[in-house]
Write a protein of this length. Structure first.
Length: 251
C-alpha cells in the first residue's frame, strides 16, 4: 500500500517517520509529496494535499503533518474516505482533501496505543505509526474512536461581485507563481486580470508574453495563477499563502 508524506519538516525528520512506518510494515511504499511546505502554513499544506490526492490510487494513505499545535490538546486524526485514509493533526489541514473525496468518517487516534510519544514530534510518534498499522490492515476502530467534532478548514472561499473576484493565495511555487483559490471557471471568458496597479493578460501558456512580463494563467490544478514569464511574481507582488487577493476582470 502507498503511504504519502506531506510536511514542513525539511530534510531530516521525515527519515525517522519512514523508519517507523517500515518497522511496522516493511512492505509499505512511501512517497514524498513534499517536505518543503512553508513553515506552519496549514493553508499551503492543505492545498498541496488537495491537489495531489486525486493522482494516487484510491487505497492510499496520506499523512500530512504541519502542526503548530503539536504537544497541545489538539486531537490526532485519521479520516476514512472510502478506501483512502488521511492522517494528521486536527487543525483543518486534512478536511479539504476529505471533502474532495466525498463522504468521510473522522477518528481520533488513541495516543495510548503507542509506546513512546514526545511532545514535539507527533509525526514520528503518532501519525507515522498510525499510517504503518493502517497499511498493514489494522482497522481505524482498533487505532482510535469516531470523532464528532473537528477543526474545519475551507480553502475554496473565492467569491464574485460583478467584475471583481475576491480570493486567497494558497501556494507560491519555487518559480514564484502565485496560486490563488479562484477557480479557472470564474475567469474563463476574460481577456485581462487587474491586480493592484497591473493589467495582466490572461493567457494559455507562459511564452505568450515576452520574458519578465507579468501574466495571469489558468493553472494545472484549475485555479487562477499570477505569474511572470521567466520571472518571479512573488517578488513583484509580495504575496504569500493566506494573503487575501482581489482581482478585476476585463473582457
Amino acid at each position: 500500500m502507498i503511504i504519502t508524506l506531506t510536511t514542513d519538516f525539511g530534510e531530516f525528520y521525515p527519515a525517522e517517520m519512514k523508519g517507523v512506518i517500515l518497522s511496522i510494515n516493511p512492505h509499505a511504499r512511501i512517497i514524498d509529496i513534499t517536505h518543503s511546505v512553508r513553515e506552519h502554513s496549514i493553508i499551503e499544506a492543505s492545498f498541496l494535499l488537495y491537489s495531489a490526492i486525486d493522482w494516487f490510487p484510491e487505497n492510499s494513505i496520506h499523512v500530512c503533518v504541519v502542526d503548530p499545535g503539536v504537544g497541545t490538546e489538539r486531537k490526532p486524526l485519521m479520516i476514512r474516505c472510502g478506501e483512502t485514509y488521511l492522517v494528521g493533526p486536527d487543525n483543518g489541514v486534512l478536511i479539504p482533501s476529505a471533502r474532495k473525496k466525498g463522504e468521510f468518517t473522522v477518528y481520533e487516534i488513541k495516543k495510548r496505543f503507542f509506546k513512546r510519544i514526545s511532545s514535539t514530534f507527533h509525526g514520528r510518534d503518532i501519525f507515522a505509526p498510525a499510517a504503518g498499522y493502517l497499511s498493514g490492515g489494522t482497522s481505524p476502530e482498533e487505532l482510535g474512536e469516531p470523532a464528532d467534532e473537528w477543526v474545519d478548514l475551507n480553502i475554496l472561499t473565492a467569491r464574485r461581485e460583478g467584475e471583481t473576484l475576491h480570493g486567497m493565495v494558497l501556494y507560491v511555487d519555487r518559480f514564484g507563481n502565485i496560486v490563488t483559490n479562484i477557480p479557472s471557471t470564474m475567469v474563463e471568458d476574460a481577456s485581462f486580470v487587474h491586480l493592484k496597479s497591473s493589467k495582466l493578460p490572461l493567457v494559455r501558456f507562459y511564452e505568450a508574453v515576452p520574458p519578465n512580463t507579468p501574466l495571469a494563467i489558468r493553472g494545472s490544478h484549475d485555479f487562477l495563477e499570477i505569474s511572470v514569464n521567466r520571472g518571479n511574481a512573488r517578488k513583484l507582488f509580495g504575496l504569500k499563502p493566506g494573503d487575501k487577493i482581489t482581482v478585476r476582470l476585463e473582457w
